[in-house]
Design a protein around this ligand. Structure first.
Ligand SMILES: [Zn+2]
Ligand SMILES: [Zn+2]
Length: 405
């Protein structure tokens, strides 16, 4: 087999040939921000691009109207490239998912052009609703990750990092039920649902002193009754519970519920809790995959850094769930100065800028070259797969995209 470097030169050339279309797609998605599961424009733009390049495209894949799957190749190692494209309510593409979608499409088109020649398969997965909704989890439940050997994506940021520090998260909605009564004439007849919520809140505040410094619990009241002279018969709260691992999250969730139950019990009320699915898992990064990407990214003159506390990006992503099922990476590609954080107005502008456009091209090339490595260097593919097996056998990766409630 020829030198992998020759094939990498060819994927570079194919990305360059498609550069105008990829950047136009990025700009078009940026100009038409769509919320999770409503990304019809982005879905159309990207699937047209992939189909025009000769990939076999399934629109509305895995039962989700705005998901897609585009495949090239029929045999050999199957490598998935994730395309995200949802925006944030009110602010637009402040997470730069237009760049993720365009870079992913570019990588899939370039690698896909060599798939038959190199005996590999590339699968571009269009994964809706990363910002809440967890498209990747729903797609994984329906089989999108079956027979996949490795999965990758790039995410824009203010820094060039090998990984996101993604911790597990689940959101909780609580509805309290009490008994209304005249607050002055007959308070003894009432049972105060707001008291139940407040006591639960205070219990969680006390709990916070005895959790890991890396864990997070934050909540708000969403309903606090209707009138001050009526004992509130209903109240509501929303909580985010976060822990570095899936196991940690399960344990922390139970402790939070105990706190809320105690408050409810004290107030003589009842509560209904609803854990909003899907929960997002922590990210299990595949170091062997990141090393391949690091070398390939360096070809564009970019230096991939390891996170330090001063410049890590902490958050949560449904790519975490993918990483528990298959060898995965989620590097951050720099499009802005370090002081510009994602989810800000300033980042919206960088997501459609010269720097953002360069990230589309450089990210596509680095991912496509990494796919070439996985197809042409069996020892590297084995290293990646061995890394995942080790994570799964040691319990670091759970083997499931779905976190049980
Ligand atoms: Zn985001
Ligand atoms: Zn994002």
């Amino acid at each position: 087999m020829a030198d992998p470097e020759e094939f990498k030169a060819r994927v570079d050339q194919i990305v360059d040939e498609h550069a105008q279309d990829l950047i136009a797609a990025s700009h078009s998605i940026h100009a038409n921000p769509e919320l999770g599961y409503d990304e019809h424009h982005a879905h159309d733009v990207l699937t047209k691009l992939l189909a025009a390049a000769g990939m076999s495209v399934t629109r509305g894949a895995y039962g989700l109207a705005t998901a897609f799957e585009a495949t090239s190749g029929t045999s050999g190692p199957r490598i998935a490239i994730m395309c995200e494209y949802d925006a944030l309510a009110g602010i637009g593409h402040a997470c730069g998912h237009n760049i993720i979608g365009a870079a992913g499409a570019g990588a899939a088109i370039a690698a896909g052009a060599l798939a038959n020649e190199l005996g590999g398969t590339v699968v571009a997965l269009g994964t809706p609703a990363e910002e809440g909704g967890g498209g990747k989890v729903l797609m994984a439940e329906k089989g999108a990750l079956e027979h996949i050997d490795a999965a990758m994506m790039v995410h824009p940021a203010g820094v060039e990092l090998s990984r996101i520090s993604a911790i597990a998260i689940q959101q909780l909605e609580v509805t309290y039920h009490g008994k209304a009564a005249h607050a002055a004439a007959a308070p003894h007849l009432g049972r105060n649902a707001l008291d139940a919520a407040v006591l639960g809140y205070m219990n969680v505040a006390a709990l916070r002193q005895h959790i890991l410094p890396t864990e997070r619990i934050h909540g708000i009241f969403t309903d606090a009754g209707d009138a001050a002279n009526v004992v509130p018969a209903h109240a509501g709260a929303t909580w985010y519970v976060r822990s570095p691992t899936v196991e940690g999250l399960k344990a922390l969730k139970a402790r939070v519920v105990s706190c809320l139950e105690a408050g409810t019990e004290a107030a003589g009320c009842t509560m209904d809790i609803r854990w909003i699915q899907p929960a997002f898992a922590n990210m299990v990064d595949n170091d062997a995959l990141i090393e391949l990407y690091r070398d390939n990214l360096a070809r564009s003159g970019r230096t991939l850094l390891e996170p330090a506390s001063s410049q890590e990006v902490v958050g949560s992503t449904d790519m975490g769930n993918v990483s528990h099922v298959v060898a995965s990476m989620h590097p951050m590609i720099a499009i802005a100065p370090p002081e510009v954080a994602i989810h800000t107005e300033a980042f919206v502008r960088y997501a459609c800028s010269d720097q953002g456009d360069r990230a589309v091209i450089d990210g596509a090339k680095a991912m496509a070259a990494t796919v070439v490595d996985l197809w042409t260097r069996p020892e590297q593919l084995e290293k990646v797969k061995a890394g995942f097996r080790e994570a799964r056998d040691s319990g670091v990766a759970t083997g499931s995209a779905v976190i049980g409630v």
